[in-house]
Design a protein around this ligand. Structure first.
Ligand SMILES: [Ca+2]
Ligand SMILES: [Ca+2]
Length: 206
C-alpha cells in the first residue's frame, strides 16, 4: 500500500470517528436523571410532589423548546434554595447549558452555582454566580456556553432567589459523548469505504 493511500485511509478513518463522537446531544428526561441534593427535605416543593417536580425540570424536548408557565410545567420552592444532582449515566463533553427562568422578579431564580464532576466524582469545572435573565410567559431558554473541557457525568446545582423564592421551568444541557464509539451507520460507511478502496486498488493494479 502506498504512503499516499495509507494517509488517505487514515484521514477517512479519523474523520469517521470524529463525526460519530461529535454529534451534539440534548440531555433531558430521555437520557439523564435528576434528584434532590443532600441539603433538601424530602418534599420541598410548594405546588407539586417531588417526583412530579423533578420530572418537570428535565422535560423540555429540545434546547429551542418554548414552554408556557403552568402548574404542570414549572417547579416552585417557597422560602429556601433548591439543590439538585444530575446524573448523565455516562460522560459528556458539555458545550451549552440551558435555563428557562420565571418571568417576574417576585418568584424568579436570581443565582445558580453549578459544579461539574466526572464519572469518578472528580470536580472538572464550575459555573458559579450565574444570574439568569427573567423569562417570559412563553418561555424560551437562556443559553450559557461552557468553556471548561470535558468528561462530565454528574452536575450539582444550587438554585436560589434573592427573596427566598425559586421558580423556573427547565434546565437542560447540550454535549457530545466523551468516548467516541463509532455508530452502526459509521461502521457501515467505513465498510463501504474499505470496499471502495480495495476496488480502486484492484483497478489500478490491472
Ligand atoms: Ca418543565
Ligand atoms: Ca427574584
Amino acid at each position: 500500500m502506498s504512503k499516499f493511500k495509507l494517509t488517505t485511509l487514515t484521514l477517512v478513518l479519523a474523520g469517521l470517528c470524529k463525526a460519530a463522537g461529535a454529534t451534539p446531544i440534548y440531555l433531558n428526561h430521555e437520557n439523564i436523571s435528576v434528584s434532590l441534593g443532600s441539603s433538601m427535605a424530602a418534599e420541598p416543593f410548594s405546588n407539586r410532589s417531588t417526583a412530579d417536580s423533578l420530572a418537570s425540570i428535565i422535560d423540555a424536548p429540545s434546547a429551542e423548546a418554548i414552554e408556557t408557565h403552568a402548574q404542570n410545567t414549572h417547579v416552585w420552592i417557597n422560602g429556601g434554595n433548591l439543590e439538585l444532582d444530575f446524573d448523565f449515566g455516562m460522560e459528556y463533553n458539555l458545550t451549552t447549558l440551558h435555563f428557562w427562568n420565571y418571568f417576574g422578579e417576585g418568584y424568579d431564580v436570581d443565582n445558580i452555582d453549578f459544579n461539574f464532576f466526572d464519572s469518578a466524582h472528580n470536580l472538572v469545572g464550575s459555573l458559579l454566580n450565574v444570574m439568569p435573565a427573567l423569562g417570559s410567559t412563553a418561555l424560551s431558554a437562556e443559553d450559557y456556553a461552557l468553556s471548561f473541557p470535558s468528561n462530565v457525568q454528574y452536575v450539582n446545582a444550587v438554585i436560589s432567589g434573592d427573596n427566598g423564592q425559586v421558580d423556573f421551568n427547565n434546565i437542560g444541557f447540550t454535549g457530545e459523548l466523551s468516548s467516541s464509539v463509532p455508530e452502526p451507520g459509521s461502521l457501515a460507511l467505513f465498510g463501504l469505504g474499505l470496499a471502495g478502496f480495495a476496488l480502486s486498488r484492484k483497478k489500478k493494479s490491472t
